[in-house]
Design a protein around this ligand. Structure first.
Ligand code: SF4
Ligand code: SF4
Length: 99
């Protein structure tokens, strides 16, 4: 019982523990895998990332020099980042930018 009243009074004078998402987005945790970023200007369309991707999230077409990433298939495993010879793929720890 004493702890119950202690908790009750403590919580009466504390602010809310939740954030008004999406207006306030918390900072990402260190080493968190947020989103895959493609620097298409450095890409040589070698297709290594497409071959390595376990989720079939990348489609590279040499003929048209296009790289299409399906963000709904991507599992942010970073296999493509490790294999890219031009270092044009990277992971941004921030998944969603603050509004
Ligand atoms: S591995 Fe890198 S250079 Fe090769 S197609 Fe993918 S993004 Fe482009
Ligand atoms: S991070 Fe993983 S799942 Fe996403 S595109 Fe790269 S290899 Fe595929």
């Amino acid at each position: 019982m004493p702890t119950l009243f202690g908790d009750l009074f403590r919580n009466l004078f504390k602010g809310p523990v939740t954030r008004p998402y999406p207006y306030q987005v918390r900072d990402p945790f260190p080493a968190s895998r947020g989103a895959l970023v493609v620097d298409i200007n450095r890409c040589v369309f070698c297709t290594l990332c497409e071959k390595k991707c376990p989720a079939n999230a990348i489609t590279v077409t040499r003929k048209t020099k296009t790289l299409v990433l399906d963000p709904y298939r991507c599992i942010i495993c970073a296999a493509c980042v490790e294999v890219c010879p031009e270092e044009c793929l990277s992971l941004d720890p921030q998944h969603r930018k603050p509004a």
